[in-house]
Ligand binder design. Structure first.
Ligand code: GDP
Length: 481
């Protein structure tokens, strides 16, 4: 019944959007990625590039001068917070600091006045929807029972890479009487340990990606809510006994799906036309083979999310809505230019493998390596009689390298290692697992051992970037032709 009601609502919404779209052509672009992947920075840089004019040679509509102007418009949906563009730009420009990250869904509307290739003037309304990737990875839960979810979570937690940080929670699961009486205190304790385990997996060292349920890490406005006091238990294949602790957890899991995941799907996700998925690929590369394997599983989950709702009434009445998905490896400014294509090739390989496992989902996919805001410059530096490719940036205050502690004013040249030329060097020859960078690359590679401040002078002119124009061309180019 919930499905049918949902479908009816989505169908109605889609129809309303389509009717509205006839009078005012509108594109809803989702910006997502896991926490700290770079959503806030990407969205801010995109708005700036469109409204203030960036250097965008590959973005044809801008390059050929067909965009007359792009302006911020009043918020379309009253119930959704506005993306705090002006505040973020101010933090970047005046304080030369990175703004605070995305923790919930927010939107911003732009209108783009442009001349078509044939010369007639048109307006495209662009709605940007920035939301946590953790919530996207919740969508596959809609097709899972509590027993499925428990089994998947326990298998992940028992894998060697996670076992250490999962120990306390796993011990609580082992001790939990699944068929014993329901017990609120116990449920809360187990849920708290489960949440601690999930956030430990997000540490820089582990850099795990697949950690549902998403609201446990990114609660948004559900912080402290009883909707989040459940956790997987060792329930085996069958549904737990009525009145038991297991049944209580199962009920809450179903409530989470109905009260949290479904509304997100209906109100936000089902209305998107296009999507960019930002992936901090370098963080996973730095953390090692287990993080890469986990990222690959998360990509599977993301592709599955784009299929959600496909075989339903909605898709028989209306063509699938998400028509283009761009996967972007962010923070490419931590690498020298010679490695940008390599970073792109690595993410492309991961996406390709995920796609081969997924059933066809219809959307056009592309992959790019980018830096929405480029914090470094390239230089040739002499070391021991050799000329080396380096990148130069201003490390954030408190960052340390070679026993030196930076105060946020000095520049520093670093020599990021080269990524492997052949992305297959990262995969086990057997095709099953991953090899770490240490085996794939000569020497000790750490592609992000320093965090740099944003570049000086943001707000004055175009913001420096890497391949943001390629992303814009893929996501918007055909709609401005
Ligand atoms: P969100 O959680 O996805 O919204 O992530 P943010 O956009 O807030 O980015 C998280 C952090 O990653 C920022 O605070 C920056 O330190 C870093 N970052 C994001 N984008 C870039 C980029 O293009 N270049 C560099 N050097 N750092 C970036």
């Amino acid at each position: 019944v919930a499905d049918a009601v949902d479908e009816a609502r989505i169908a109605f919404r889609t129809l309303a959007d389509r009717v509205e779209g006839i009078a005012h052509p509108t594109l809803r672009l989702g910006v997502t990625g896991l926490s700290r992947a770079g959503k806030t920075i990407f969205t801010t840089a995109l708005i700036h590039a469109l409204t203030r004019g960036g250097r965008l040679p590959v973005f044809e509509a801008a390059q050929s001068g067909r965009i007359a102007r792009a302006e911020l418009q009043p918020q379309p949906d009253d119930a959704v917070p506005r993306f705090a563009y002006e505040d973020h730009l101010k933090t970047l420009g005046e304080a030369r600091q990175w703004p605070s990250s995305t923790t919930r869904v927010s939107e911003l509307r732009l209108s783009i006045r442009y001349a078509t290739a044939r010369g007639s003037l048109r307006t495209l309304t662009l709605d940007l929807v920035d939301y946590p990737g953790e919530w996207l990875l919740d969508l596959p839960l809609l097709d899972m029972s509590y027993a499925d979810f428990s089994r998947q979570s326990l298998t992940l937690a028992r894998a060697p890479a996670r076992a250490d940080v999962a120990a306390a929670w796993l011990a609580a699961v082992t001790a939990a009487p699944v068929d014993g009486p329901q017990d609120e205190t116990r449920a809360r304790e187990i849920a708290a340990l489960f949440t601690q385990y999930l956030s430990a997996c997000r540490s820089e060292k582990l850099a795990m990606s697949l950690l549902p349920p998403g609201r446990f890490l990114m609660p948004g406005d559900l912080e402290g809510s009883p909707a989040l006091t459940f956790a997987p238990l060792d329930v085996g294949d069958k549904s737990p006994k009525a009145g038991s602790l297991g049944a209580m957890m199962e009920r809450r899991f179903e409530a989470y799906k109905n009260a949290v995941v479904r509304p997100f799907f209906r109100t936000h996700f089902a209305r998107l036309d296009r999507q960019i998925v930002l992936v901090d690929t370098l963080a996973a590369l730095n953390a090692g083979p287990a993080a890469l394997a986990d990222l690959e599983r998360a990509l599977d989950g993301i592709l599955a999310a784009f299929r959600t709702g496909r075989n339903s009434l909605v898709s028989t009445l209306f063509r699938p809505r998400i028509e283009k998905v761009l996967f972007a490896a962010t923070k490419a400014d931590h690498l020298h230019r010679s490695s940008h294509d390599r970073l792109e090739a690595i993410l492309a390989r991961l996406v390709e493998r995920a796609r081969a496992r997924a059933h066809d989902h219809g959307a056009a996919l592309d992959v790019v390596a980018l830096a929405a805001i480029r914090a470094t410059q390239e230089a040739r530096v002499r070391r021991d009689g050799h000329e080396l490719d380096a990148i130069v940036g201003t490390p954030e205050a408190g960052q340390e390298a070679g026993g030196h502690r930076f105060d946020g004013t000095e520049d520093m040249a670093v020599f990021p290692g080269d990524l492997p030329a052949d992305p297959d060097a990262l995969f086990d020859p057997s095709g099953a697992g991953f090899r770490g960078l240490a085996t794939a690359v000569e020497g000790d590679a750490d592609f992000r051992f320093l965090r740099f401040r944003p570049p000086a002078g943001i707000g004055d002119g175009p913001i420096p970037h890497i391949r943001l124009d390629r992303a814009l061309q893929f996501l918007l180019g055909d709609r401005l032709a």
